[in-house]
Design a protein around this ligand. Structure first.
Ligand SMILES: *[C@@H]1O[C@H](CO)[C@@H](O)[C@H](O)[C@H]1NC(C)=O
Ligand SMILES: *[C@@H]1O[C@H](CO)[C@@H](O)[C@H](O)[C@H]1NC(C)=O
Ligand SMILES: *[C@@H]1O[C@H](CO)[C@@H](O)[C@H](O)[C@H]1NC(C)=O
Ligand SMILES: *[C@@H]1O[C@H](CO)[C@@H](O)[C@H](O)[C@H]1NC(C)=O
Length: 477
């Protein structure tokens, strides 16, 4: 997968070739699993939803997209729903993967629902702040509740058990759907779900550091040296010009602008966040190993030059200018941006934070990425109203409304990988006997949602087996 350089890592997703998962600035989403054969049974369909589920004086509606695969379904069989997050839905998870396997075993019908404001599910005419007020998890959960209720009303589905699956932010949605609408959902798999909202998510790069350290201490040392060199260059007289050359930046970084400096740092740091978050075996070695081989290879020159080699996006220059970035993402026209950052960032500014700073001395990526840089983005994208105090009030609200790390829940499985930086905001120990946590040694973001593969670590295949067994017991009880 080509690295969608900078703007991609903000979403916390597990990505779907453009798909599932959260990250920094990058909206990889969950990577779409690939099936050997295309299923002919998948249909695309739409359901009318209120723009605002909570205001009786507003009767506007819009069409939410979903996909359905009924090839295995037998009367009263279960309904399995893959919940879409901050990405466009596509067919992969209805053709292969963990949920698909369960559907074939238990004669289930499968759905993949698209989250409002992503893909083709557009509730409003634009993405102005006034329109984006309807982009919230409260509304998204209400969309899902209506969706399930209409599916269950059909003949042959009245007695169907409903199990939901979600990865990354969508894993949080799955968790909260079970919490808020337990009469509609009998169980949930929350894969790599950051259910705790937090403004300063400095733990993210602490885990990235530890995951690189598991490869080698030398890798950690060289990365640290490289970032030290970048910070020194930003402070040196002709350093910014040198950085432009080394990294093939589109603009010389403005050393006098904190946002411009931090924007560049964020681009560089995210390259490591993305590598670790989506770590898996590719061409015979893990992405982390490939990264560390570059960072420790003296053939590429100094640590700084190796870093440039690692983040290089080929011939095209790397967009690093903060003003240009803001200008692009302030645009309120659908499709004006190359990715979902305008919508996803809005969710972080109003509900979650999740800002991946370097405010920890257990990280190796310098110390210049501040919370202020991220809260400035909120203000610069959406207006003065979206400031730091606002963020704190909203994050507190999210944790009050949804229970933070201690929601009162039964029949939710929390899976996380110790390699995945998002695990720091998820449930790592059983909430209770009916809501177990499975912490997978050697796994990255959302890997359990895919099918077993020869290159999977043993802990991961065991985790999937355990998940299948638990969900099987929910279905047959
Ligand atoms: C929506 O409400 C308006 C009044 O606010 C009314 O004129 C209109 O007929 C309603 N539309 C529908 C579809 O009910
Ligand atoms: C926003 O993007 C649209 C579509 O690309 C473009 O036509 C429009 O001029 C842009 N608006 C601003 C204010 O830049
Ligand atoms: C950084 O690490 C040192 C020990 O190496 C510790 O004393 C200090 O409190 C740490 N600083 C922060 C901000 O965590
Ligand atoms: C995790 O896996 C690694 C490598 O396979 C192993 O060395 C380590 O002991 C394992 N850790 C735990 C807690 O099982």
């Amino acid at each position: 997968m080509v690295y969608l350089s900078f703007l991609l890592l903000l979403c916390l997703t597990c990505r779907l070739a453009h798909g599932v998962g959260l990250h920094g600035f990058h909206s990889h989403g969950l990577e779409e699993p690939r099936s050997l054969r295309q299923s002919k049974n998948i249909i695309e369909a739409w359901i009318q939803q209120p723009v605002d589920h909570f205001n009786p004086r507003d009767n506007r509606t819009w069409s939410m997209r979903y996909l359905e695969n009924s090839r295995f379904f037998k009367r009263d069989g279960p309904i399995l729903i893959m919940i879409g997050g901050e990405w466009a839905i596509s067919r992969g998870f209805l053709e292969t993967g963990l949920m698909y396997g369960l559907a074939s075993t238990h004669n289930a019908i499968m759905y993949y629902t698209e989250h409002r404001y992503y893909g083709k599910s557009k509730p409003t005419k634009d993405t102005s702040p006034a329109s984006l007020q309807y982009l919230s998890v409260d509304q998204a959960l209400a969309d899902l509740a209506r969706f399930i209720e209409t599916r269950k009303r059909r003949e042959g589905f009245e007695n169907s058990v409903v199990i939901v699956f979600g990865g990354s932010y969508a894993g949080s949605v799955a968790t909260w759907l079970r919490l808020k609408y337990p009469h509609l959902v009998q169980g949930a798999l929350a894969s790599s779900a950051p259910i705790l909202a937090k403004a300063d998510f400095y733990e993210y790069y602490e885990v990235v550091t530890e995951s690189l350290r598991r490869h080698s201490e030398k890798c950690v040392d060289e990365v640290k040296a490289a970032f030290k060199a970048v910070e020194e260059s930003l402070a040196a007289e002709d350093g910014p010009q040198k950085l432009q050359q080394y990294f093939n930046l589109c603009d010389v970084p403005d050393a006098n602008s904190p946002n411009d400096r931090e924007h560049l740092m964020n681009i560089l740091v995210e390259a490591f966040g993305g590598t670790v978050q989506y770590d898996k075996v590719e061409n015979g070695r893990t992405k982390i190993a490939a990264c560390c081989e570059t960072m420790t290879n003296a053939r590429f020159g100094t640590p700084l030059q190796r870093l440039a080699h690692f983040v290089s996006s080929g011939k095209k220059c790397l967009e690093n200018n903060y003003e240009k970035f803001v200008k692009l993402y302030r645009n309120e026209t659908w499709g004006a941006q190359p990715d979902i950052m305008r919508q996803w960032f809005y969710q972080t500014c109003t509900e979650y934070g999740y800002y991946q700073t370097t405010n920890s001395n257990k990280t190796i990526f310098g110390s210049s990425l501040s919370l202020r840089y991220f809260t400035d983005i909120c203000r610069d994208f959406y207006g003065e109203y979206y400031n730091n105090e606002f963020l704190n009030v909203r994050i507190k609200r999210t944790n009050v409304m949804y229970g933070g790390l201690r929601p009162d829940l039964r029949n939710v499985i929390f899976t996380n990988g110790n390699v995945d930086p998002w695990h720091a905001l998820s449930v790592l120990q059983d909430l209770n006997t009916l809501s177990p946590a499975i912490f997978i040694n050697g796994s990255s973001h959302c890997r359990d949602l895919y099918s077993d593969s020869d290159t999977d670590v043993q802990d991961l295949t065991q985790a999937r087996a355990k998940v299948r067994k638990i969900i099987g017991s929910w279905i047959s009880s």
